[in-house]
Write a protein that binds this ligand. Structure first.
Ligand SMILES: [Zn+2]
Length: 304
């Protein structure tokens, strides 16, 4: 599920809650209106209020003055009745949990704090299955070139989604820190409230196989999540009509939707071309949209 889908789901729940609060208030007023005296006062009070508002948009000064006097008299009677009958006036209006946004989730054009809190709570729930290392867990003794890579990766996470670079491939031998860095990036992005999926190429391949044979699978989640991380590309078996086709479709569709895919692999770029195909290779080597980080020499080159 994407962040946007999550927000929409929360907003739907808020709508439901607002609706329920409105029904409760209506029910209370209906109960009160079973008393004839209250009903008469309540109707008169509301009618006088409406009359006054209408006149303020086009009535003469005298009409407005008269309507104001009438309204004030009725209001007095109405308020007297309410205080002498211990009526809970708050219950006559819908009771919203958030006074800032009245449970709409929006203040002006911005997301209300209550919506942000709920969004973070849900994202944490989704992501709690992961226990990732963070940039704070990085060794202080990183080599200068590795430090440069880590800083750049952190900056990318901080800038996302304001970045052109959508496909990042980290190439290099085992134990060079690629997976560690991907985990740091995952933590950083999750903390910023994005939905990150972290999978191995092996598991991804298996989900694609299930999808191909119409079994329940996570393929749609791989397509939809904000950031997809594929660890150890190249370690999965090549399944005919599945591995390359689905990998291409996932990377390509995500790229079209401006959704990043981060990959670690032991393969060098030429291996990627040979093992998969030029469509995948070109998506991962695009000079503008892709970044390749070489861990072998702990140096970094853009594109490959
Ligand atoms: Zn709110």
């Amino acid at each position: 599920m994407t962040r946007t889908q999550l927000i929409n789901e929360i907003k739907l729940n808020l709508d439901k809650k607002r609706h329920e609060a409105q029904i409760l208030a209506d029910q209370y007023v209906q109960e009160l209106c079973q008393n004839e005296e209250f009903q008469r006062l309540y109707t008169n009070y509301n009618q006088a209020k409406i009359d006054l508002i209408k006149l303020k948009f086009g009535g003469s000064d005298i009409q407005i003055l008269e309507a104001t006097n009438t309204f004030e008299k009725i209001k007095q009677l109405y308020n007297n009745y309410i205080s002498s009958h211990k009526i809970d006036i708050r219950r006559m209006e819908p009771q919203y949990d958030c006074s800032k946004c009245n449970d709409t989730g929006v203040v002006g054009l911005k997301m209300c704090e209550c919506l942000k809190l709920e969004l973070n709570r849900r994202l944490n729930e989704i992501n709690k299955q992961y226990k990732f290392v963070t940039f704070n867990d990085c060794s202080k003794d990183l080599s200068p070139s590795l430090r440069k890579i880590y800083d750049m990766a952190k900056q990318w996470c901080e800038k996302y989604p304001n970045t052109n670079i959508l496909n990042i491939t980290m190439s290099g031998g085992t134990g060079t820190g690629k997976t560690f860095l991907l985990e740091c990036m995952a933590s950083e992005l999750i903390n910023r409230g994005f939905n990150v999926m972290f999978t191995t190429a092996f598991a991804l391949n298996d989900e694609c196989r299930k999808y191909h044979f119409s079994l329940p699978s996570k393929v749609n989640e791989f397509m939809d999540c904000d950031v997809l991380i594929i660890d150890d590309l190249g370690s999965e078996p090549l399944l005919k009509n599945i591995t390359i086709e689905y990998l291409f479709n996932i990377i390509n569709l995500r790229q079209k939707r401006y959704k990043p895919t981060l990959i670690s692999t032991n393969l060098i770029p030429d291996d990627i071309l040979n093992r998969y195909d030029d469509r995948i290779h070109s998506r991962l080597s695009n000079k503008i949209l892709a970044l390749n980080i070489q861990f072998t020499n702990a140096d970094m080159r853009k594109g490959f």
